[in-house]
Design a protein around this ligand. Structure first.
Ligand SMILES: [Zn+2]
Length: 213
Protein backbone atom coordinates (compact mmCIF):
# COMPACT_ATOMS: atom_id res chain seq x y z
CA UNK A 1 0.00 0.00 0.00
CA UNK A 2 2.85 2.42 0.83
CA UNK A 3 4.37 1.76 -2.56
CA UNK A 4 1.08 2.67 -4.21
CA UNK A 5 1.03 6.01 -2.40
CA UNK A 6 4.65 7.05 -2.74
CA UNK A 7 6.25 5.65 -5.82
CA UNK A 8 4.32 5.31 -9.04
CA UNK A 9 0.86 6.63 -9.56
CA UNK A 10 0.04 3.62 -11.70
CA UNK A 11 0.72 0.97 -9.09
CA UNK A 12 -2.47 -0.44 -7.70
CA UNK A 13 -2.86 -3.26 -5.27
CA UNK A 14 -5.18 -5.93 -4.07
CA UNK A 15 -5.63 -7.26 -0.57
CA UNK A 16 -6.04 -10.89 0.28
CA UNK A 17 -4.56 -14.11 1.51
CA UNK A 18 -3.40 -16.89 -0.76
CA UNK A 19 -4.82 -20.31 0.05
CA UNK A 20 -1.68 -21.35 1.95
CA UNK A 21 -1.64 -18.15 3.93
CA UNK A 22 -5.06 -18.68 5.41
CA UNK A 23 -3.86 -18.61 9.05
CA UNK A 24 -3.09 -14.93 8.72
CA UNK A 25 -6.58 -14.13 7.53
CA UNK A 26 -7.73 -11.34 9.77
CA UNK A 27 -11.01 -9.63 9.10
CA UNK A 28 -10.12 -6.59 11.22
CA UNK A 29 -7.53 -5.38 8.71
CA UNK A 30 -9.92 -5.17 5.80
CA UNK A 31 -11.28 -1.68 6.33
CA UNK A 32 -7.85 -0.13 6.45
CA UNK A 33 -6.98 -1.45 3.02
CA UNK A 34 -10.21 -1.70 1.15
CA UNK A 35 -11.39 1.85 1.65
CA UNK A 36 -8.15 3.06 0.04
CA UNK A 37 -8.77 4.32 -3.50
CA UNK A 38 -5.72 2.51 -4.87
CA UNK A 39 -6.80 -0.83 -3.52
CA UNK A 40 -8.73 -2.04 -6.53
CA UNK A 41 -9.38 -5.70 -5.76
CA UNK A 42 -9.70 -8.39 -3.13
CA UNK A 43 -7.10 -11.07 -3.58
CA UNK A 44 -5.29 -13.20 -4.08
CA UNK A 45 -7.68 -15.67 -2.68
CA UNK A 46 -8.92 -19.01 -3.88
CA UNK A 47 -8.11 -22.69 -3.61
CA UNK A 48 -4.83 -24.56 -4.08
CA UNK A 49 -4.87 -28.32 -3.67
CA UNK A 50 -1.48 -28.82 -5.30
CA UNK A 51 0.56 -29.11 -2.13
CA UNK A 52 -1.86 -30.77 0.25
CA UNK A 53 0.00 -32.90 2.78
CA UNK A 54 -0.66 -35.59 5.39
CA UNK A 55 -3.38 -38.18 5.71
CA UNK A 56 -6.54 -38.14 3.59
CA UNK A 57 -8.31 -36.65 6.63
CA UNK A 58 -5.68 -33.91 6.90
CA UNK A 59 -6.15 -33.08 3.25
CA UNK A 60 -9.92 -32.91 3.59
CA UNK A 61 -9.63 -30.62 6.57
CA UNK A 62 -7.16 -28.37 4.73
CA UNK A 63 -9.56 -28.18 1.78
CA UNK A 64 -12.45 -27.30 4.07
CA UNK A 65 -10.44 -24.48 5.67
CA UNK A 66 -9.37 -23.11 2.30
CA UNK A 67 -12.98 -23.13 1.12
CA UNK A 68 -14.14 -21.29 4.21
CA UNK A 69 -11.52 -18.54 3.83
CA UNK A 70 -12.25 -18.27 0.10
CA UNK A 71 -15.95 -17.73 0.83
CA UNK A 72 -15.04 -15.02 3.37
CA UNK A 73 -12.99 -13.23 0.70
CA UNK A 74 -15.96 -13.30 -1.66
CA UNK A 75 -18.20 -11.79 1.00
CA UNK A 76 -15.64 -9.07 1.70
CA UNK A 77 -15.36 -8.32 -2.03
CA UNK A 78 -19.12 -7.98 -2.27
CA UNK A 79 -19.25 -5.77 0.81
CA UNK A 80 -16.69 -3.35 -0.65
CA UNK A 81 -17.76 -3.82 -4.30
CA UNK A 82 -14.27 -4.81 -5.44
CA UNK A 83 -13.46 -7.53 -7.96
CA UNK A 84 -11.69 -10.71 -6.90
CA UNK A 85 -8.23 -11.92 -7.84
CA UNK A 86 -8.69 -15.68 -7.78
CA UNK A 87 -5.96 -18.30 -7.56
CA UNK A 88 -7.05 -21.81 -8.58
CA UNK A 89 -4.68 -24.75 -8.69
CA UNK A 90 -5.87 -28.37 -8.92
CA UNK A 91 -9.20 -27.19 -7.54
CA UNK A 92 -11.26 -26.05 -10.53
CA UNK A 93 -14.54 -27.81 -9.67
CA UNK A 94 -14.63 -26.68 -6.04
CA UNK A 95 -13.58 -23.13 -6.91
CA UNK A 96 -16.18 -22.82 -9.64
CA UNK A 97 -18.88 -24.19 -7.37
CA UNK A 98 -18.01 -21.64 -4.66
CA UNK A 99 -17.86 -18.71 -7.10
CA UNK A 100 -21.30 -19.61 -8.45
CA UNK A 101 -22.98 -20.46 -5.15
CA UNK A 102 -21.58 -17.34 -3.46
CA UNK A 103 -22.90 -15.17 -6.29
CA UNK A 104 -19.41 -13.80 -6.97
CA UNK A 105 -20.69 -12.45 -10.27
CA UNK A 106 -21.88 -9.45 -8.27
CA UNK A 107 -18.26 -8.27 -8.35
CA UNK A 108 -16.54 -10.47 -10.95
CA UNK A 109 -12.79 -10.76 -11.01
CA UNK A 110 -9.85 -12.41 -12.65
CA UNK A 111 -8.83 -16.05 -12.64
CA UNK A 112 -5.18 -15.22 -12.28
CA UNK A 113 -2.63 -17.45 -14.03
CA UNK A 114 -5.54 -19.17 -15.70
CA UNK A 115 -4.93 -22.90 -15.47
CA UNK A 116 -6.39 -23.61 -18.94
CA UNK A 117 -9.16 -25.75 -17.50
CA UNK A 118 -12.05 -25.49 -19.96
CA UNK A 119 -14.69 -26.00 -17.28
CA UNK A 120 -13.82 -22.51 -16.02
CA UNK A 121 -14.45 -20.78 -19.35
CA UNK A 122 -18.15 -20.39 -18.66
CA UNK A 123 -17.28 -18.02 -15.78
CA UNK A 124 -16.69 -15.45 -18.50
CA UNK A 125 -20.42 -14.72 -18.53
CA UNK A 126 -20.30 -14.20 -14.75
CA UNK A 127 -17.90 -11.29 -15.07
CA UNK A 128 -14.66 -13.23 -14.77
CA UNK A 129 -11.52 -12.42 -16.75
CA UNK A 130 -8.63 -14.75 -17.53
CA UNK A 131 -5.10 -13.78 -16.51
CA UNK A 132 -2.52 -15.02 -18.98
CA UNK A 133 1.13 -15.01 -17.99
CA UNK A 134 4.51 -16.43 -18.94
CA UNK A 135 3.23 -20.00 -19.19
CA UNK A 136 1.81 -19.14 -22.61
CA UNK A 137 5.37 -18.87 -23.95
CA UNK A 138 6.59 -22.19 -22.50
CA UNK A 139 7.35 -24.93 -24.98
CA UNK A 140 5.11 -27.36 -23.06
CA UNK A 141 2.15 -24.95 -22.80
CA UNK A 142 -0.01 -26.76 -25.36
CA UNK A 143 -3.11 -26.76 -23.17
CA UNK A 144 -3.08 -23.01 -22.65
CA UNK A 145 -2.19 -22.33 -26.31
CA UNK A 146 -5.18 -24.43 -27.38
CA UNK A 147 -7.64 -22.90 -24.96
CA UNK A 148 -6.62 -19.27 -25.53
CA UNK A 149 -8.72 -18.76 -28.71
CA UNK A 150 -11.78 -19.98 -26.80
CA UNK A 151 -11.58 -17.08 -24.35
CA UNK A 152 -13.77 -14.08 -25.11
CA UNK A 153 -11.35 -11.30 -26.20
CA UNK A 154 -13.11 -8.88 -23.87
CA UNK A 155 -12.04 -11.06 -20.95
CA UNK A 156 -8.30 -11.41 -21.67
CA UNK A 157 -5.71 -9.98 -19.32
CA UNK A 158 -1.91 -10.20 -19.26
CA UNK A 159 -0.06 -10.61 -15.98
CA UNK A 160 3.40 -11.32 -14.60
CA UNK A 161 2.91 -13.44 -11.46
CA UNK A 162 6.37 -12.05 -10.67
CA UNK A 163 8.80 -13.22 -9.56
CA UNK A 164 7.54 -16.55 -10.91
CA UNK A 165 6.60 -17.96 -14.31
CA UNK A 166 9.10 -15.90 -16.27
CA UNK A 167 8.40 -16.08 -20.02
CA UNK A 168 10.65 -17.82 -22.52
CA UNK A 169 13.56 -17.08 -23.22
CA UNK A 170 14.13 -15.77 -19.69
CA UNK A 171 12.73 -18.81 -17.90
CA UNK A 172 14.55 -19.36 -14.63
CA UNK A 173 15.29 -15.66 -14.13
CA UNK A 174 13.31 -13.37 -11.86
CA UNK A 175 10.14 -12.28 -13.63
CA UNK A 176 9.37 -8.60 -14.07
CA UNK A 177 6.62 -6.50 -15.68
CA UNK A 178 8.66 -5.64 -18.78
CA UNK A 179 8.55 -9.32 -19.77
CA UNK A 180 4.78 -9.01 -20.23
CA UNK A 181 5.57 -7.92 -23.78
CA UNK A 182 6.75 -11.49 -24.48
CA UNK A 183 3.37 -12.81 -23.38
CA UNK A 184 1.63 -10.18 -25.50
CA UNK A 185 3.71 -11.17 -28.55
CA UNK A 186 2.83 -14.83 -28.14
CA UNK A 187 -0.84 -13.94 -27.68
CA UNK A 188 -0.68 -11.82 -30.82
CA UNK A 189 0.73 -14.77 -32.82
CA UNK A 190 -1.83 -17.25 -31.56
CA UNK A 191 -4.86 -14.99 -31.97
CA UNK A 192 -3.57 -13.36 -35.14
CA UNK A 193 -4.24 -9.90 -33.76
CA UNK A 194 -1.50 -7.32 -34.12
CA UNK A 195 0.59 -6.58 -31.07
CA UNK A 196 -0.61 -3.02 -30.61
CA UNK A 197 -4.19 -4.15 -30.58
CA UNK A 198 -3.41 -6.87 -28.04
CA UNK A 199 -1.83 -4.21 -25.84
CA UNK A 200 -4.83 -1.92 -26.23
CA UNK A 201 -7.34 -4.70 -25.69
CA UNK A 202 -5.76 -6.14 -22.54
CA UNK A 203 -5.10 -2.70 -21.05
CA UNK A 204 -8.69 -1.65 -21.59
CA UNK A 205 -9.92 -4.93 -20.14
CA UNK A 206 -7.80 -4.41 -17.01
CA UNK A 207 -9.06 -0.84 -16.60
CA UNK A 208 -12.62 -2.00 -16.93
CA UNK A 209 -12.28 -4.84 -14.44
CA UNK A 210 -10.42 -2.85 -11.81
CA UNK A 211 -12.37 0.33 -12.44
CA UNK A 212 -9.22 2.35 -13.23
CA UNK A 213 -9.60 5.43 -15.39
ZN1 LIG B 1 -1.52 -17.18 -7.29
Amino acid sequence: MELCEKVWWYIFCGRGHTPYDKESYDSIEWDKYLIHKKCVAVGECGLDYFRLEGTPEDKESEKAQQKEVFKKHIEIAKKYSKPLIVHIRDASSDAKEILLSSNAKEVGGVLHCFNADEQLLSLSKDGFYFGIGGVLTFKNAKKLVNVLPKIDHEKLLIETDGPYLTPHPHRGERNEPSYCTLVAKKMSEILEINLQNIAKLTTNNAKKLFNIS
